[in-house]
Design a binder for this molecule. Structure first.
Ligand code: NAD
Ligand code: ZN
Length: 381
């Protein structure tokens, strides 16, 4: 089968790899029809992780079931399914508590959190930017879709990651009807957090970034764009909230944030977010913070420490939630919002490409080129 294979920093190629197949009775084999490139793939693509060359990416996957193992009894051949990016067993202590983002069985290393398809340090699971995907614990990990799945793949594929992840950010931040909410980052995740806040009935959603096309996307769904290359984002939020700050806020950027003040504060988003949210307000951090400087001189930075201004955070009496999204917790409800015509997350998609065009998709998306807001790949054509 063909797959998008990692060849080293900023180099992927579409190559023949061994076919995915049923290995255990609980496996499901999916022919992938839609699979996305994610901002999280860029951590590996840019060479900031120890993702091995020869492995392939892809954790935002949707497709048609073509074979099921003998122990699978809910999922059927022919079903269209979307796969939460978290690989989870369904039976461990964490899965039983709904924490599928921290499955203890699918992640073989005790010192790493959670498992995912096609990901560095998240277990041995192959990615879905390929023609076929093996889904372990298939009854648990497949979300079955309705009859409109084939025509609405670009909506439903967003259930694998960015729609529930954006929603999770707003849950961590406790966004409620009437709230004023600020989102840092207008990438696909930030746009989905803004969309979730709008769906929840927030009265004002402010989105900070500097890419005009991404800010325009956020504006299209009723958010207020704040361009941090033109204004100080904290001041802008203060002016829009009568000097009080937003009720809550979401961090959807991560450790690779650009630095509007040019003073090398790697986690400026977090500190700006704390200052943009009112005293006792709540914050959700879904942007990824992983080791900044593995080979550098600073011991704490090597271990992934960030210069978070805890004093300011404490002074304001705020609350903060963080981590990977437990996709399964949200994706039935979000699926039904899509099926019921109440949500159409495909508005974020800018490009639909064949699998063979993946290298150019990676290049443009990685450069955050104007107009490249979300890239969807179709391995079947
Ligand atoms: P992306 O890189 O496409 O988007 C990030 C956006 O943040 C860009 O538009 C960039 O211009 C903007 N940005 C950079 N510096 C900024 C700053 N200082 N202030 C405001 N905006 C700034 O990535 P994405 O796909 O949207 O993902 C965002 C983050 O979410 C990544 O770290 C990704 O790994 C993470 N993520 C987390 C989960 C989870 O489960 N927690 C799931 C998916 C993605
Ligand atoms: Zn993703």
């Amino acid at each position: 089968m063909k797959a998008v294979v990692y060849e080293g920093p900023r180099k992927v190629s579409v190559k023949d790899v061994p076919d995915a197949r049923i290995e255990r009775p609980t496996d499901v084999l999916v022919q992938i029809t839609t699979t996305n490139i994610c901002g999280s793939d860029l951590h590996m693509y840019e060479g900031r992780t120890d993702f091995e060359t020869g492995r392939w990416f892809g954790h935002e996957n949707l497709g048609r079931v073509i074979e099921v193992g003998a122990g699978v009894d809910k999922v059927r051949v022919g079903d269209y399914v979307v796969l939460p990016f978290n690989v989870a067993c369904g039976h461990c202590k964490n899965c039983e508590r709904g924490l599928t983002n921290y499955c203890l069985t699918a992640q073989p290393k005790a010192e790493w959190a959670g498992a995912a398809y096609g990901f560095a340090d998240m277990g041995p699971w192959a990615g879905g930017q390929a023609e076929l995907l093996r889904v372990p614990w298939g009854d648990f990990n497949c979300l079955r879709l309705g009859e409109d799945a084939e025509e609405r793949q670009t909506d439903y594929v967003m259930l694998a990651d960015i729609f529930p992840t954006g929603y999770h950010a707003t849950e961590l931040a406790n966004v409620k009807p009437g709230d004023q909410t600020v989102i840092y980052g207008a990438g696909p995740v930030g746009c989905m957090a803004a969309y979730s806040a709008v769906l929840k009935g927030a009265s004002k959603v402010m989105v900070v970034d500097r890419h005009p096309d991404r800010l325009k996307k956020a504006e299209e769904i009723g958010a207020i764009p704040i361009d941090d290359s033109l204004v100080d984002p904290v001041q802008a939020v203060m002016e829009m909230t009568m000097g009080l700050g937003a009720d809550n806020g979401c961090e959807c950027v991560g450790y690779q944030a650009h630095d509007p003040q040019g003073d090398e504060h790697p986690n400026l988003t977090l500190n700006n977010l704390v200052k943009s949210v009112r005293f006792t307000g709540e914050i959700g951090v879904v942007g990824v913070f992983i080791p900044q400087d593995p080979g550098g001189p600073d011991e704490l930075a090597r271990q992934g420490a960030v210069a978070f201004d805890f004093g300011e955070f404490w002074f304001r009496g705020q609350k903060l939630g963080s981590g990977q999204c437990p996709v399964k917790k949200y994706n039935r409800a979000l699926r039904d919002l899509i099926a019921g015509g109440k949500a159409t997350p495909s508005w974020i998609v800018s490009h639909e490409l064949s699998l063979d065009q993946a290298p150019e998709g990676y290049q443009h998306f990685d450069n955050r080129e104007q107009g490249w807001t979300k890239v969807v790949l179709h391995p079947d054509g």
